[in-house]
Ligand binder design. Sequence first.
Ligand code: 5GP
Length: 138
Amino acid sequence: MTYDANNIFAKILRGEIPSHKLYEDEYTLAFMDVMPQVDGHCLVIPKVGSRNLLDAELSTLTPLMATVQKVARAAKAAFKADGVQVRQYNELAAGQTVFHLHFHILPLNEGQTLRPHSGKMADHGVLASHAEKIKKAL
Ligand code: 5GP
């Protein structure tokens, strides 16, 4: 399986489609998921193109995990959550729908259940206000 640079996250990285950005450095980008499974659901991606975890270079994973930790802490604080799930899918059979490596960050409270994966598009005003909350906590 090869990396296809026409995927939606590569387009976000190139600025071809908009996103609610949270954090960016030389190696990584974090932004809101448009179909959030919980309030504050966001994604962290490397700037280098790899399909998923299976073909990623170690040099890609090191800065990526640093950003995953940073954004997970901020999302938990911003939403006053009891915990945070970090999810990551590899290939269609495992639930992957966008083929550019990404980690899902899901702030969760005790007993809270997730909305469906790739479910309903959120209102952009709501996503913008959730992004502001997370950015303030970063
Ligand atoms: P996967 O199944 O590949 O792990 O998850 C892809 C995620 O990307 C899903 O949670 C989905 O809601 C999200 N997503 C799909 N298209 C877009 C988009 O255009 N913009 C953003 N910000 N998220 C997207």
